[in-house]
Design a protein around this ligand. Sequence first.
Ligand code: 6CS
Length: 317
Amino acid sequence: YTWRFALEEIQGSVQDAYAQEFKRRVEERSQGRVEVQVYPYGALGTSAQLTELVQNQAIQFAFASPGHLGAVIPEVQVFSLHFIFSDNNAVNKSVLANSQAINQLLAQAYAEKNLELLSIVPEGWMVWTGDRALNTPEAFKDFKIRTMTSPLLVEAYRAYGANPTPMPYSEVYSGLQLKQIDGQVNPIFAIEEMSFYEVQSHMTFARQAQFVTSLVANKTFFDGLPEDLQKIVKQVRTELVDHIYDVQHDFNQSRLQKIKENSDIKMVELTEAEREAFRKASLDVRQTYVEQAGQRGQEVLNTLLAEIKAAETKAAA
Ligand code: 6CS
């Protein structure tokens, strides 16, 4: 078998680290029956196009970030809501790996689009970059922020008074350089490897959201696999939960150092009071999410919030 696995990120990224380890383990355990070919971002198309390629079975595996996939599966936009996750990232990791909201409700929504949801993978806190500090919702007034292409993200930033502009990842650097946009939002490792920090003056840390992606396979392909190969894939994706969590943690830390060494970009850390102002301003967007994602979306949101709360209580005990 040859399995094609497409990334929404370039070589050296968190998704690349995942795919390389996936390839290594799957090839080893299948004892030569499977070869995994990894296609970094740029080789095959935008995130939206990669999802289509998986749906058509032109490729077998891809990452599909909710920030883009929400245009196809509205329920998945729950991850685009702000101030949903715990401040304790270990809590988030365990919720994402064990969640009923994800494993049942969301997996069903994926299945209806002929996608097998294999894993939800956190890649670190989303950080705002811009031509200004963004420590109050007022600072967002008329700020042209690039977002991923899920419709809810536009609403998430309109709630702060911003002027959101959805576009593919590949266009962000030139958009910033040509000042078609004033800023963007991504985890630190991405801000470094895509060189966004070179054309921005401020990074603002609000811990408003985690960057989360999903690993998907074509469902017809996956259901048709011999049982032992299916089992290998499921084993590997379970093993990689801890591995990739450590990788993203390392990448985000080490690349923050790199950004500091290579630029004089200003770092703005929000106070709890400043975060609270954003949290309040973000709450109405949950209603918009339910309008877009319907009954099942409501259920996903309620279940996920309850799961995060329960995991926080457990962690505090
Ligand atoms: O901003 C984006 O569009 C992309 N950001 C990351 C970190 N991964 C994939 C996603 O498409």
